[in-house]
Structure formats: structure tokens, C-alpha cells
Design a protein around this ligand. Structure first.
Ligand code: ZN
Length: 210
């Protein structure tokens, strides 16, 4: 492994653990990819325990063919999705797919998420589109997300599933993950507060505030 590859694999492990600590990956769910150079990227292995993962387990793949060049693990089922995103957005070096709780709950609704805070609008780039449903790890999901990806928009929701957040650096992408969660919480709070007489709404509001 070259020093550059080693550095990328270490960053992927560190980031996966940090995201898991924050509850954004839901068990072994979610995955992330980091560009190494113009032709290669590092991606988390499929269904692995993020707390037991070592840099040697991270998979290094070719961006064009997804051929695995290194790594003990089997590449994430969403490797094709990450490759598509990284190829479409050369300005982004990190692609993070989360099962973050509140934004994922929002994906049960068939609508884009409005982004209201100025800081979030700046980092995310606008309202977050809802990409059409397709099963995890399929070329249909890659196509549904891929066709929505465009310059300057750094977050995408996947119907009945989760989110994909992008950034120039992995830190930037994780910042987008946190802002997206805050915006989803704000949307639910506002929607629930608009119907204050239903006790179920009050319970949900309390859960979001806890
Ligand atoms: Zn997923």
C-alpha cells in the first residue's frame, strides 16, 4: 500500500467510527468512500463492524471498473453508487452514505427536504432532493441517485432508505451529514408543532427534543 493509499484507508476507518459513534450508520449500515487519486478510491467493506475494522480491511477500487486492487474485505454494495458520485463531482473527494435516524425517517415521505438555516443552505447548497426508491446495492439505485447529482448540491435523500452526503474533504461531508440531520429534526418539529392537539404528536415532539 502506498503512503497515499494508507492515509486514505486510515481516514475511512477514523470517519466510519466517528459516524458510528454519532449514531449515523445504524449498526453495520451505511458506508463511505474517499477518492485517492484520479483513478482510485477507498471504500468501506460490506457489512463489517466499524469498531473492529482496520485500514487493511478497507477496499481500494478502480473508479472506472470497480476492480478491487487491495483490501481484505468485500467492497460495500454501494461502491457503484459512490463511484458514480465521485465521477460526477470531481470537486468532491468524499461520499458518505448514512442511515442517520431522523433524515432516514424523512425518506418515508415522498418530498424534498427544505433547508432553512443559512449555514446549512450554504454547506448543502439548497433543498435536499428525494431520489426515487430502488433496492440497496443495485444499479437502479445508482442511476436514481446519479441522475440527481449536480454541481454545488452536497446532500441527497434516498426514498425509504437514507442519505448520501458529499464534500471536498471527508470532514466537509461529515459536516453536511450533521446539518442534514438538524434540518430533518427542524422540519419534523415544525410540522408537529403545527398540530399541537394530538397527544401522539406531543410524544414525537418530546422524542425529538430529548
Ligand atoms: Zn444503506
Amino acid at each position: 500500500m502506498s503512503p497515499l493509499e494508507r492515509q486514505a484507508c486510515e481516514a475511512v476507518v477514523r470517519t466510519a467510527v466517528a459516524l458510528a459513534d454519532q449514531g449515523f450508520l445504524a449498526g453495520v449500515g451505511g458506508n463511505l468512500a474517499l477518492r485517492i487519486d484520479a483513478r482510485h478510491f477507498a471504500v468501506t467493506p460490506s457489512a463489517s463492524d466499524y469498531y473492529a475494522m482496520a485500514p487493511e480491511d478497507i477496499c481500494i477500487l478502480r473508479l472506472d471498473t470497480l476492480e478491487q486492487l487491495a483490501g481484505n474485505g468485500k467492497p460495500s454494495v454501494e461502491s457503484g453508487l459512490h463511484a458514480r458520485v465521485l465521477k460526477t463531482r470531481p470537486d468532491c473527494n468524499a461520499s458518505v452514505h448514512t442511515h442517520q435516524p431522523v433524515a432516514s425517517a424523512f425518506t418515508l415521505l415522498d418530498r424534498p427536504l427544505p433547508v432553512t438555516s443559512p449555514a446549512a443552505r450554504q454547506a448543502i447548497g439548497g433543498d435536499v432532493p428525494m431520489c426515487a426508491y430502488a433496492p440497496s446495492g443495485t444499479r437502479w439505485l445508482t442511476a436514481n441517485v446519479g441522475k440527481r447529482v449536480h454541481a454545488r448540491l452536497n446532500a441527497y435523500l434516498m426514498r425509504n432508505h437514507g442519505a448520501v452526503c458529499l464534500g471536498a474533504t471527508v470532514e466537509d461531508a461529515c459536516h453536511v451529514v450533521r446539518l442534514l440531520e438538524q434540518e430533518a429534526i427542524a422540519w419534523f418539529r415544525q410540522s408537529l408543532a403545527a398540530q399541537p392537539h394530538n397527544p401522539l404528536h406531543q410524544q414525537a415532539l418530546n422524542a425529538l427534543t430529548a
